[in-house]
Design a protein around this ligand. Structure first.
Ligand code: ADP
Length: 362
């Protein structure tokens, strides 16, 4: 019975061992092919061979024992397989050591190379930034000088035209008079553009001056609306302001007036014919808030974020024929931020917009 069991084990054991070896070799080979050249790929061969030798040594020693060969055969087999196994492990370990040393050297070199390249890139980057700053400075200086030089002649033209139109009202031929009026309105646009450029140049150079002082914002709003009546008339705009009475704020009066003019002329420019503008002044906890609501073309949500950027204009069918530089709101934002306030916009496309800003109370 024992004999039958032994032969049964041997008869099943060896085919199973051979089948497993074939499978392991096949798997190992496909692994090796896909990872060829990598460190893991190089480790696959000794691993598979190690496994095969281990299993076969076990098989051979067990077989020798089961078929009852004399004891020294078993010992010799065991000793031989032990030697072969040690040899394989030793060679594999030597290979791994070599790999590890090479890998270490490679990483060290790589580290040095990366450090060198990073230093080079940092140097090139700071040089590029320096050049860019210099170019930006030259550009700002150029814009400032050009705008400054333009300011004198356009102002001279403005006064000369005003006197000519005033004095010649009754004796200049009407056609010529209307041409002169056109020249006057173009000159006004040129003056606004020159002023905007000068202000932008000042902002860029950090020389824009905000001189805060106490003043009544209600009075400034009323006088600005009064002075801009001719602007509202160009589109027959109805302006509505319900004065709340004295609201004393601490800000630069001239600059705040500039913001009001900008927002009110936008509310007219981007309004419909016979549209409405509502101005509201209210006091919050520490600030006064001015809101200017129009019934104009409105602004799509996607366009809102570019409004306060330099040269930020909305490009659409509605705005195509409206002249502008995209500098007005950028200036307003700079002035209001420097005055420790906030400027915001809310809009419904096709219905109108509300631009509001806050300034600290005195
Ligand atoms: P500009 O009017 O000279 O183009 P602004 O900086 O004053 O420059 O305005 C930027 C853009 O914001 C305008 O081109 C216009 O598209 C949009 N915008 C400003 N105010 C209004 C408004 N009240 N209604 C609709 N769009 C406006």
């Amino acid at each position: 019975m024992e004999q039958i069991l032994k032969y049964l084990i041997l008869g099943i054991g060896w085919p199973v061992l051979i089948l497993m070896s074939v499978l392991i070799v096949k798997r190992g080979y496909s692994f090796y092919s896909s990872l060829k050249g990598t460190v893991i790929g190089k480790l696959i061969i000794p691993t598979v061979f190690g496994w095969l030798f281990g299993m076969y040594s076990l098989g051979i020693v067990s077989t020798a024992y089961m078929i009852c060969l004399p004891w020294y055969y078993t010992v010799i087999f065991a000793f031989l397989t032990f030697l072969i196994a040690i040899n394989i492990v030793y060679k594999a370990m030597k290979g791994w050591e070599k790999e590890a040393t090479e890998l270490q050297a490679f990483y060290e070199n790589l580290e040095v190379l990366v450090k060198k390249r990073t230093a080079e890139l940092e140097k090139a980057h700071s040089l590029a930034i320096k050049h860019e700053k210099e170019i930006q400075k030259l550009k700002d200086q150029f814009v400032f000088i050009a705008a400054h030089e333009l300011k004198t002649p356009v102002t001279a033209i403005k006064w000369a035209l005003e006197i000519t139109l005033e004095e010649g009202k009754d004796h200049i031929n009407p056609e010529l008079y209307s041409h002169l009026q056109q020249i006057q309105s173009s000159n006004e646009r040129l003056i606004t553009l020159v002023d905007d450029l000068l202000n932008v140049a000042r902002i860029e150079a950090g020389t824009i001056k905000i001189v805060p002082a106490d003043f009544d914002l209600d009075i400034i709003i009323k006088s600005t609306i009064e002075e801009m009546q001719s602007v509202f008339k160009t589109k027959n705009i109805a302006i509505n302001y319900d004065p709340p009475g004295k609201v004393t704020v601490l800000a630069d009066q001239q600059r705040i007036k500039q913001v009001l003019i900008n927002l009110l002329s936008n509310a007219t420019k981007y309004n419909k014919e016979k549209g409405k503008i509502t101005v509201k002044l209210e006091t919050l906890k520490n600030h006064a808030k001015v809101s200017i609501t129009d019934t104009g073309i409105g602004i799509k949500k996607v366009d809102l974020k570019k409004l306060f950027q330099k040269f930020g204009r909305v490009e659409s069918d509605e705005t195509r024929d409206i002249e502008g530089t995209g500098l007005g709101l950028y200036l307003c934002k700079e002035i209001i931020t420097k005055s420790k306030g906030e400027i915001k916009v809310e809009s419904i496309f096709g219905k109108g917009s509300t631009f509001s800003f806050t300034v600290p109370l005195a």
